[in-house]
Design a protein around this ligand. Structure first.
Ligand code: SAJ
Length: 440
């Protein structure tokens, strides 16, 4: 930590504004990351301006309404009424701000290459309005080097110098939608700057609103931290998915194996097999690392292999359904398959990259008649059909049900009672002895 009085003058001035809460805070991108962050800084007493390209989101926030499940509308309404939070679609507002966090999507292209278009567009807006004394922090998950190689030149093109005139950091978002225990305020916040002064200003900024700040030496380390976190998950899920296939072939209950292994009090962390890898983080983030490491001449073999294994799970699930029907002399074609759960994980409504979509697509491709039930997803738009969530009573007329998402809201007694055959890909029916229950 550099003694404050040896920091550049602009840093000292900005730190004073941050510590007195007179710094005008801005958040670009008001999604499941940006809105909770904006609310936390407003709650900490800063005047916060949320900026988003969606006029609908802007209007909802200014009307005191939240569209993010972890942010109560009552919080938004209170902060807006107290003048601590406002939203706009006008990026020129950045010119009046002292700090700007960028929290926009970083999806993958079909070619599994990073799609940086949202980050570039938002950064161009910031570059257009950047002024001396600003702190800019990128939060979008991205490949190591993005802040330094992509954003820094855009901002220094103004003639300002990072670490002297303005301050530039990366801080990985760690929002886990729906997590009842960990939310934006109490999740430790890693932050790394282009220079030590940048890191110091960034850490002081987060320290005003969040419980724990973890400064690291630069932006590349901070970018890599996030990728390690999520690649770790993706690869370990791939490991247990491959184990599930092995165990099926060897007639071993993989769920019992994992539960027993999880009794080891050290050196082990349980992951569970499933129908595939969904969501907008885990299936995607590791390929940002894989893409960058290829540029460094290193093939990320673990990531590629886990990607294949996880990507193959929907096909494995369909083959298990096909085998189960075959044992009853029923072809998959024209059989009625009822998919239970469309969301990518339980108790949420998000279907992005959901394996359920792949499973439904594969079943339809093979001529099966598909219905689904998901209390959180009333409608599913597939390539050539729009399906609507059916009541569980429809199970009595299916040939096979498949539990793809183990929502707590499902009536599992009814599912077991009505479905003639159930393939459980989530161990939602753990311990039930019924012979018509099959497990991954
Ligand atoms: N999955 C498995 N087996 C597992 C765990 C997950 O098949 O053992 C599947 C899920 O069903 C889902 C996908 O993987 O389809 C991703 O699940 P996830 O539990 O990782 O949930 P996400 O995608 O919401 O991941 C987020 C991430 N949070 C951030 O990136 C900030 C991740 O780092 C968190 O660890 C995760 O939430 C969490 O723990 O809930």
């Amino acid at each position: 930590m550099t003694p404050t009085d040896t920091l550049p003058l602009a840093a000292r001035h900005l730190l004073e504004k941050i510590r007195s809460r007179s710094a005008r805070v801005g958040v670009v991108g008001l999604g499941y990351v940006g809105l909770p962050l904006a609310v936390e800084f407003a709650k900490a007493g800063f005047q916060v301006t949320g900026i988003d390209i969606s006029q609908q989101k802007v209007d909802q926030i200014n009307a005191g309404s939240s569209y993010v499940q972890d942010v109560p509308s009552s919080d938004v309404r209170d902060l807006v009424s107290r003048g601590l939070l406002r939203a706009t679609a006008d990026f020129s507002a950045i010119a009046e701000l002292d700090t700007v966090n960028i929290a926009v999507p970083t999806p993958l292209r079909k070619t599994k290459d990073p799609d940086m278009s949202y980050v570039v567009s938002a950064s161009q807006q910031v570059a257009r309005h950047i002024h001396p004394g600003m702190l800019v922090i990128l939060e979008s998950t991205t490949y190591p080097g993005t802040t330094e190689e992509l954003l820094l030149p855009m901002f220094e093109g103004s003639g300002l110098k990072a670490g002297r005139d303005f301050f530039l950091c990366f801080s990985p978002e760690r929002v886990d939608p729906g997590n009842p225990k960990y939310q934006t305020k109490n999740i430790p916040k890693v932050v790394g700057g282009i220079t030590p002064a940048c890191t110091q200003v960034g850490a002081a900024f987060y320290g005003m609103a969040l419980d724990t700040v973890v400064p690291v030496s630069n932006t590349v380390v901070a970018e890599m931290v996030k990728l390690l976190e999520n690649t770790f998950r993706m690869i370990n899920i791939g490991l247990v998915n491959e184990l599930a296939v092995m165990c099926h072939r060897m007639n071993i209950n993989v769920w019992e194996v994992i539960d027993a292994a999880a009794t080891k009090p050290f050196g082990f962390m349980p992951f569970y097999p499933g129908p595939g890898l969904g969501g907008h983080c885990i299936p995607i983030d590791p390929f940002y690392l894989s893409w960058k490491s290829k540029q460094a001449g290193i093939e990320a073999r673990f990531i590629e292999l886990a990607g294949h294994i996880n990507g193959d799970m929907p096909r494995w699930v369909v083959s298990r359904i096909q085998d189960a029907l075959n044992d009853q002399c029923k072809p998959l074609r024209n059989s009625r398959i009822h998919v239970l759960g469309a969301a990518y994980k339980r108790d949420i409504d998000d279907v992005r990259e959901s394996p359920a979509l792949d499973i439904i697509h594969l079943l339809m491709q093979r001529g099966a008649a598909v219905a689904y039930s998901d209390p959180y997803v009333p409608e599913l738009r597939m390539d050539h059909a729009t399906l609507r969530s059916e009541p569980l009573d429809a199970l009595s007329s299916c040939d096979c049900a498949v539990i793809v998402t183990d929502h707590r809201a499902f009536d599992y007694d009814k599912i077991v009672r009505l479905a003639p055959l159930v393939l459980d890909t989530r161990n939602a029916l753990k311990g039930r002895p019924e012979a018509h229950i099959l497990r991954l």
